[in-house]
Design a protein around this ligand. Structure first.
Ligand SMILES: [Ca+2]
Ligand SMILES: [Ca+2]
Ligand SMILES: [Ca+2]
Length: 600
């Protein structure tokens, strides 16, 4: 959602490119001759999950929170399972009939393409919005591909045009955008705000071939779908609307209609403030519905709007936009809202992010309801979540069979230190700019948190942490001990937590030795988490003359690793030599090597 980050990303890309070129010119990789003679042992090898530290985020709503606490759901436990990629942001996956997720994205680079949704005459001349398919069942191992080039749609007379509601239904992709202004960095009374004014919603572009080709929206910022703002910079109600996620191909829609949740404010706001209604701050949320079709989706006359309840508590719907009423109202405490139907629980879950003042820490709260029209009740209020998480949603594809384990999808920390603030932390750990997935478990009120699995890498059982470490080479600024600190981390956020060789490929090695040889029976290997370097083959050697060949490549993103198990042996040293790498890996290395004692 901002300018400087994109500039920084470009310099990171440049550094990576230079690193690649350096590796290219540095000549043929050295070949390991260390383990040629002895026959390799057979060993049980399997994928192991990243050891995780689960925790409950405390539920601390402000005193004036208008939502009653839910009686069924009382909090969220973060299991620690997570996955983040340094892509662009704005991920809102929609589960299509072909089983894949389709999502918008923008303001960054994703799988070799760049999209920036800003249009001004100085730096960014063409605003675009990206489109990608997400293939796979595990958020930690998705294959992500652009379905086409990011699409150009002008925001003029505004300066930003960003993705909002995105739905793939019966093979048709409806891709909504909304406008922002006046500038990505707008100074007001000495404070830099990010896109402080939310603009209109110029309808949906449409693809009937899963995003390969597109028909632009027939609407424009000056002739938007919903008749707002009444005048320039006035309030909107169906702002940046998002489709309710009803599951695969909308299978759980109550009536076959698509529903959209907008964020908004009213002209004549009783609690005015600067950036009151921005890309991430609002006073209310609103609800609309439409039977989705190519003919209907950009036609206001085909929409109905939630208009409050009658005297008996029955929800009212109107075709007259002027009669729209708030679904939720918490003046100065709302923002982007997304909703997902949790079919096993028979509950709607809503994620609301109150991100005022647009570029500092943000609050996200979760609500639940039995019906979209409410009443909505509080599940948990997550203060400083991210610490700057935004565009938070629950993709229905990743809801467990019991409905209680879900994955939060969001972006975080695009503005890590604006206005002289202290740098933002990644909290929950792993939160970062781009595409961030975090597994959570919904807890009943008073339900204790699940017991943590012990983290073997950080336990005394992992003798790698006490070993003397030698490596074939080390990239400037990295440490060989990064591979034995018990933490699976690395470039670009946690360089201290990994070992990177200095331009090596096959032939790079790491050797651990002990003055007091331990009895060991397992080795864990975690690749460098970046997507350029990947170990595809390697050999373990032991001081007793034994050797074991790695049977499978290490998972590239280090969200999981490989365990190599063998009958207990006493080892004065263990050496791992890389014998194969993914093409062009610039600086092969390891995020972590764990060596486990045979007895705790
Ligand atoms: Ca307000
Ligand atoms: Ca490490
Ligand atoms: Ca890797």
């Amino acid at each position: 959602m901002n300018v400087p980050y994109s500039k920084r990303r470009r310099s990171i890309t440049l550094i990576l490119s230079l690193s690649l070129m350096w590796a290219w010119f540095s000549g043929p990789a050295r070949i390991s001759r260390a383990a040629e003679n002895a026959p390799a042992e057979k060993a049980a090898q399997k994928i192991v999950a990243l050891p995780t530290e689960g925790f409950v985020w405390p539920n601390r709503p402000p005193k004036d929170c208008p939502f009653e606490q839910s009686k069924q759901l009382g909090g969220v436990y973060f299991t620690g399972a997570r996955h983040t990629r340094g892509y662009g942001d704005t991920w809102y996956p929609s589960w299509a009939s072909d089983g894949n997720l389709y999502s918008p994205w923008t303001d960054g680079s994703t799988e070799g393409m760049t999209s920036v949704s800003i249009e001004n005459d100085a730096d960014w001349k063409i605003a675009t919005t990206g489109n990608a398919v997400m293939i796979g069942d595990d958020p930690r191992n998705l294959i992500i591909k652009n379905t086409s080039e990011p699409q150009k749609e002008s925001p003029k007379p505004y300066e930003g045009r960003y993705p909002c509601g995105s739905l793939v239904y019966n093979g048709v992709w409806y891709y909504g955008t909304y406008c922002l202004g006046p500038k990505p960095i707008t100074k007001h009374e000495g404070f830099d705000y990010n896109w402080p004014i939310l603009g209109p919603m110029p309808g949906f572009r449409i693809s009937t071939d899963f995003g390969k080709t597109w028909t632009p929206s027939p609407l424009t910022p000056e002739k938007p779908l919903f008749p707002e703002p009444a005048k320039r910079w006035g309030a909107v109600k169906m702002g940046a609307p998002h489709f309710v996620d009803f599951g695969k191909n909308m299978e759980h829609s109550p009536d076959g209609k698509a529903y959209l949740v907008g964020m908004g404010a009213e002209d004549g706001d009783p609690k005015p403030r600067y950036a009151n209604l921005s890309w991430i701050s609002a006073d209310q949320s609103y609800l609309a519905r439409v039977k989705p079709s190519v003919e209907n989706i950009n036609d206001l006359a085909k929409y109905e709007f939630f208009a409050g309840h009658d005297g008996a508590g029955k929800p009212l719907w109107t075709a007259d936009f002027a009669k729209i009423k708030p679904l939720l109202d918490w003046n100065d405490n709302m923002g982007v809202a997304t909703a997902t139907y949790d079919a096993p629980l028979k509950k709607y879950l809503m994620c609301v992010t109150d991100g005022w003042p647009t570029c500092a820490k943000m609050r996200t709260y979760l609500l639940e309801a039995d019906a979209l029209t409410g009443p909505w009740r509080l599940v948990t209020y997550l203060k400083d979540f991210g610490e700057q998480a935004y565009f938070v949603n629950f993709p229905s594809k990743f809801i467990s069979a019991d409905g209680k384990t879900l994955w939060l999808c969001y972006s975080a920390n695009f503005a890590p230190a604006w206005n002289g603030a202290a740098p933002l932390k990644s909290n929950p750990p792993g939160s970062g700019y781009g595409m961030s997935f975090h597994e959570i478990r919904l807890l009943a009120p008073g339900e204790p948190a699940p017991k943590n699995e012990p983290n073997l890498l950080l336990s005394a059982q992992n003798v790698a942490r006490k070993a003397k470490v030698e490596v074939s080479s080390c990239y400037p600024g990295y440490r060989s001990e990064g591979a034995t600190d018990g933490i699976v981390g690395g470039f670009p956020r946690d360089n201290a937590n990994e070992w990177a060789s200095n331009g090596e490929k096959a032939g790079a090695w790491i050797k651990l030795s002990w003055a007091d040889p331990p009895k060991i029976d397992r080795v864990w290997l975690f690749d460098r988490p970046n997507a350029l370097d990947r170990i595809t083959a390697g050999t373990l050697e032991f001081s007793d003359g034994g050797k074991i060949e790695l049977e499978k490549p290490l998972p590239d993103d280090a969200a999981s690793g490989v365990e190599i198990a063998f009958p207990a042996r006493t080892a004065a040293w263990v050496k791992f030599t890389v014998t194969g790498v993914k093409k062009d890996s610039p600086n092969i290395g390891l995020a972590e090597i764990g060596v486990l004692k045979s007895e705790p």
